[in-house]
Design a protein around this ligand. Structure first.
Ligand SMILES: [Zn+2]
Length: 181
């Protein structure tokens, strides 16, 4: 299976080849066909990765907590735009929800106001000053130093819905797969 990075690099090269080719030439026709082919490859690679990741989660977990995030706002942020669109978040949450239903896995959707990243998983204090480029969470109160995403994942694992209505499975607009990469 081609990696996504490789497929995207090939796509970029195919785009550049098309831009360099002479309009109306045989070379342009070939470049256009090649671009279409590499584009399909990127789509297939993404689809495969999303299937693999959602399947792995429902196989291993009884309960999955995801965040209902404002992805449109995040995509505007240049630090996150690439990883968010690459991971095809809308498609990911859609697949996760239907596979969870099949396997009887419960999905809880934490609301977007839950400060999963800013809360210390050690002592519960909430930091107000955590920007997106800070990849390590360090707590001034209890001294905990932990990977940012791992800290958020621990907080989400402990998250409890506020009322009984919040437990029911609802379609999130988007979901964020916390990665430890
Ligand atoms: Zn702490």
């Amino acid at each position: 299976m081609t990696t996504l990075k490789h497929a995207l690099r090939t796509l970029k090269a195919a785009n550049q080849a098309l831009a360099r080719s002479t309009p109306g030439s045989k070379g342009r026709q070939r470049a256009r066909a090649r671009l279409a082919k590499t584009h399909r490859k990127v789509v297939n690679t993404r689809r495969h990765l999303v299937h693999q990741a959602s399947r792995a989660l429902v196989d291993r977990c009884q309960v999955i907590v995801i965040e209902d995030l404002n992805v449109v706002g995040m995509v505007r942020n240049r630090h996150l735009s690439r990883s968010i669109s690459d991971a095809a978040m809308g498609e990911f949450s859609r697949q996760l929800l239907y596979k969870a239903r099949w396997h009887g896995v419960e999905v809880r959707v934490a609301d977007r106001w839950f400060p999963s990243s800013k809360t210390c998983s050690g002592c519960g204090v909430v930091r107000e000053d955590l920007d997106l480029s800070t990849r390590t969470y360090s707590c001034g109160t209890c001294g905990l130093v932990i990977d940012r995403d791992l800290n958020a994942a621990i907080n989400l694992a402990r998250w409890q819905p506020a009322g009984p209505s919040a437990v029911t499975l609802k379609e999130p607009t988007h979901a964020l797969l916390l990665s430890t990469a």
